[in-house]
Design a protein around this ligand. Structure first.
Ligand SMILES: C[S@@+](CC[C@H](N)C(=O)[O-])C[C@H]1O[C@@H](n2cnc3c(N)ncnc32)[C@H](O)[C@@H]1O
Length: 273
């Protein structure tokens, strides 16, 4: 397996200028405050639990179904081999885990991990009718303190999860620990839009349209304001390449969609394949 390592160096000023900031009017109209770091995990668990039954529909609506294509690309890029052991972190309703198990044709083992009981309940229901239920399991756990031994997995996936964990560094250290040497990490999340002209449009969509869609699905639910705000402090995709390298990953690849608004990071844990 060969990946070109493309270290991307960017000036600090460039990083700043590509941040998506809430449009001015939305800051007035929506005085939302992100939870402070020590409270983030509990907040994220409670709020995802509250929206679990609407999460898949919400995801389909806000991405116009495109998250399905992005997840397909993520799994293609992983090049999973039959018999592989895969861990899907922050699995939610199990979408990526189920796709991995289907891709492996039941010849492998997939574990989905999340700390939201309601998300896991939906994942278990989907598993029951998946046709690959023997090769997939869902467990409750914290992505920052994984209940696995070192070097257990050939691949770790994480969809819209790194942005939500309380400490990205702690989570990545755990991913490195449980991956076999040469094992692969694939993360799908939001990114910073590169074309300058698109940025106000994307900010408007993230901060005005996304919460509106959310509130139509679940009136009064503040999680739909958390989601766009959580993207502001999330590292630029180029910075995340550097963070992954600093955590012992090599061959870090970046795949971008919609001008960088949606990104996949693929990286390999140092060591033999
Ligand atoms: C946006 S959802 C992503 C669901 C799914 N991966 C997908 O691609 O659609 C984020 C999920 O991360 C979970 N999560 C956030 N922080 C977590 C942590 N520290 N440990 C376990 N799960 C976590 C939440 O409970 C939620 O289900």
């Amino acid at each position: 397996m060969k990946f070109p390592f493309r270290p991307i160096r960017i000036a600090e000023s460039t990083r700043q200028s590509t941040q998506i900031v809430p449009p001015r009017r939305s800051r007035q109209a929506m005085p939302y405050q992100l939870p402070p770091d020590p409270a983030k995990s509990a907040y994220v668990r409670t709020r995802f639990d509250a929206i679990a039954h609407r999460y898949d529909l919400f995801n389909d609506l806000i991405t116009q179904g495109q998250h399905r294509r992005w997840k397909r690309v993520l799994i293609q890029r992983l090049k999973l081999q039959k018999g592989a052991r895969v861990l899907d972190l922050c699995c939610g309703t199990g979408d990526i885990a189920l796709r991995c198990a289907t891709r492996l044709g039941g010849q492998g083992q997939v574990v989905g991990l999340d700390f939201s009981p309601n998300m896991l309940r939906i994942a278990a229901t989907r598993r029951a009718s998946s046709g690959v239920e023997e090769s997939i399991g869902f467990i409750s756990g914290d992505a920052m303190a994984l209940p696995f031994r070192a070097n257990e997995f050939d691949a770790v996936t994480i969809g819209y999860g790194l942005r939500n964990v309380a400490d990205i560094g702690v989570c990545l250290a755990e991913v490195v620990r449980v991956l076999k040497p040469g094992g692969m990490l694939a993360s799908l999340d939001v990114g910073k839009t590169r074309p300058i002209l698109l940025r106000p449009l994307v900010a408007f969509y993230f901060f005005r349209i996304v919460p509106l869609i959310g509130r139509l699905l679940l009136p009064g639910e503040e999680m739909f304001s958390y989601l766009p705000h959580s993207s502001v402090g999330y590292p630029h995709q180029d910075r995340l390449v550097e963070i992954l390298a600093a955590h012992g990953f090599t061959h870090v690849e970046l795949v971008e969609f919609l001008g960088g608004a949606s990104v996949i990071h693929i990286a390999r844990k140092a060591g033999p394949l």
